[in-house]
Design a binder for this molecule. Sequence first.
Ligand SMILES: Cc1ncc(COP(=O)(O)O)c(C=O)c1O
Length: 474
Amino acid sequence: MSEVVAVAGLTLELGDPSAPLSRRLMNALRSGIRDGRLPAGSALPPSRLLAGELGCSRWAVTEAYGQLVAEGYLSANQGSATRVRDLGAVQTGARSRPIPVEQRPRFDLAPGVPDLAAFPRSRWAESYRRAVLERPTGRLTGSAMIGSLDARTVITDYLRRTRQVLENPTQLNLSTGATAATGWVARLLFATGHRRIAVEDPSWHGLRDAARRVGLELVPIEVDQDGLRVEQLDDHDVRAVIVTPAHQFPTGVALSASRRLALIDWARRVDGTIIEDDYDAEFRYDRRPVASLQGMAPDRVVLVGSVSKTLTSSVGLGWVVLPQQLIMQILAEDLERGAGPSGFVVDAMGTMIKNGWYERHLRSTRTTYRRRRAALLAAIEELLPQCRVTGMPAGLHLVLRLPDGTDVDRVVGAAATHGVGVIGLDRYRLRPVDEPALVLGFGNLRSGRERDAVALLSRAIEQAAGSVSGSAEG
Ligand SMILES: Cc1ncc(COP(=O)(O)O)c(C=O)c1O
């Protein structure tokens, strides 16, 4: 069912209420522009105003605006409102024509995407070919949530070796990704009486939403330079938490040793569950990867991970390591639902690991990322001396702290007009905090182009600063 609202001078057909509001808003604006209800040159309301009238977070609006700027429907020029661009032929004649590829950001610095050009195509194709040819006919059907014992043993050994995960293969369940696995665990928590779950603020919305979708209320807990502020858990009636201990998303800090112990202590005290999101721990540059929390408290920690950051999310493979007492409950329900990844994918991954191809790929991409990160840092130091970088010892992104008073939305909009896709840190927050910062992903940035991307970003930051002082003067 579609919902039509009149807000801030706009009539918007917001579509399916179960979809995320940013997407509904984006679609509504895009179709308004395409069919001429929002003519070229018309100004959109300021994000704060529209968010207020829609009763949603400001990031939902800035996300929708930013995406449409990146697609070429809107322009965000210095000193003026976000406006509908003159789309010429697209608007008048060719409604369904796809947006030209050139209008996608030339440099996409949105975090979360690994080096897609490095995807080991031939190794993966070979592994997949073997999976198809070798899987016994009797096993060509059914869910791969459990996977063959062989594939599970190989993945278990890998996690034990690289992440010090303590488990035996029967504690490992396979999923299409960390998000799906978190959904299973959240559903189980709900079924066993949990109604609330603590989450880091800021954090990635994918996992939070998986918990929210099953009916759990989110309890935001602050993050500082030592990671989750564990002591705040005691202020709430909550017995479960989602946390990124090895590399907090998006701030990039690691959970300190004393906080790790305090978190485990809390879980034991309240009979609680810790969901450890181990999303990009393979990439650590300044020292050895921080070991998993699961290895310290296998009775309390559920570890979720996937190949989304090491290969690509298109592979669709993740895992969840469960405390012994939770395994059977999860399995019973989800096996019935046929949840789980493709059996071929699971077998192919087993072959990738067994032959050392996966770890070779990790070594080679780690070297690439280390270089790319160094080049990015050097360019920032040279071209953006007014900014500070934090959260860079690991992973595929860093946080660029902008000068106080910077309007992040303007920077994001101006960067998009220069062909640079960036995301403000506040987009990941549940509660607003006044700290202008961008999260810059460098996983999929082409090597050798780091300085070009930063040069364009620097122009966008200057423009945004200019438009703020310009509007203050005017
Ligand atoms: C913080 C965080 N955790 C987990 C994931 C991986 O999710 P999935 O395995 O479902 O692709 C992502 C992907 O963007 C992420 O950013």
